[in-house]
Design a protein around this ligand. Sequence first.
Ligand code: ACG
Length: 481
Amino acid sequence: MFYQLYLRSFADNNGDGIGDFQGATRKMEYLKNLGFDSIWLMPIMLSPSYHGYTISNHYKVNPLYGNFDDLLLFVKKAHKRNIKVILDLPLTHTSVNHNWFKGFLHNKIPFKNWYLELNNTAWLMAKRPWDGQSLWGKFNNKWYYSLFGPTSPSLNYEAPSLVKEIENITLFWLDKGFDGFRFDAAKHIFDFSANQGRFEYQHEKNLTFWKKLIQVMSHFKEELYFIGEVWDEQKVIERYSAVFGAGFNFPLSYAIKESVKERNPARLWQGINATLINKKYIPVNFLNNHDMSRTLTFMNGSKRKTLFSYSILLTLPGMPCIYYGEELGMKGNYHKHYPEEVLEPFPWYQAGAGPFQTQWKASKKNTPYSGISREYQKKNFDSYFNKFKKMLSFRGQRKWIDSATITGINIKNDLFSVFLKNSNHKVHLYYNYSDNKKKIQNNSGTPVEIYGKINYRSHYLEIFPFSTLAVEKRADSISPF
Ligand code: ACG
């Protein structure tokens, strides 16, 4: 299970209000106790932006987070607890503060080719396909391609010297002990066609680039893990995931959330069928990340629907990935021009202050004395956090589910069931989407309440609405499928 860690908002050790490596190292036990065995560390390199995705030097850590010794200790302590750490690496663009970009502006070799300069005014008409935003930035009378906005000029991978430099950067970070990377915006290496003068994904070329890079890294270090961030439809995700070995399962995140919000189990069936059956890569399943509204907000504040959605996520095959603070039920709406609301400080304390509490920005949604804090919820047996913890603990102890085979899916009167197995284990899962209690016979399994309420009778079980039940079978028992 992955924990998506935004360092700045997590745990502050030196008291400047900004989360840091030392703080996260000292809170590693918290993650371990929740059952996480992998961390996706969001960007940590030198960057002028709070989110860190615009990098101004790929070989430096942001000093606000600590120095290299602090980072090395963080990785070492994670490994000591058998937690893998993969680093978020945005490679498609840089910050305008990067020396490479300054070199480009001054036509210095080799940097003058490391970004794409506008050389036909007709190209200005090209727009970003998903929201119509302009693709070009302008500085000192020079236009440059910048898919993610003018402060993030896009790199031009047609330049062989850039490709070489990027290889060196990946090896530099692997040498620091990271177990792999989350490759940001992986479908955007080549996405502008100079021939056509328009935005155009060049998937073949992108895949060739990634294959070569993976080859270089794999020669350098064994047992590496890569996840591609390809926010697209399933058929595109599949192509990239086959190369990376793992890919974020965007379609399933929508399917789970929408199916619960709209009480439509058929939507879940469609999501599972499209993304989890017969895959040759690891689907990384999640409900939301830092580019989306938090799940509780998506569910209009319904804790029941949010937890029910997580109970589905945490019982399905693939690698679950939880965005920091989701375990507390943090709230936050994603706004394109103001994404900070989904990046608020992790609320450790009821009063909003205490050791490790970050306060780099004010919290608009996750405020003191609102009952959201870990301190408050930990003490309260019935809290959202304790319910979440129970589900995490179920999954943390059953890693076999990550690569389990789905042997059957069934929907009957809004009771959704999925049957999973591997060579040693078997489990039947039941998600009750209906307004009524559902009965199932149980002759040959051990029931485990994952979320909600279950009544245990001598020969049958009653599953309450929006409740999830797992029935663990002996591996040699016969499945109806
Ligand atoms: C990554 C990071 C993000 C980061 C950047 C840049 C890239 O996670 O935090 O921004 O470093 C596109 C890219 C993604 C990118 C997001 C933000 N994410 O492909 O790599 O933008 C459609 C498009 C997607 C698009 C998405 C955006 O297809 O390509 O993502 O819209 O909303 C269905 C469809 C699917 C469609 C969705 C949504 O699923 O199948 O195609 O996706 O619906 O409609 C960071 C900061 C930013 C800052 C930037 C410079 O977070 O704030 O501006 O850096």
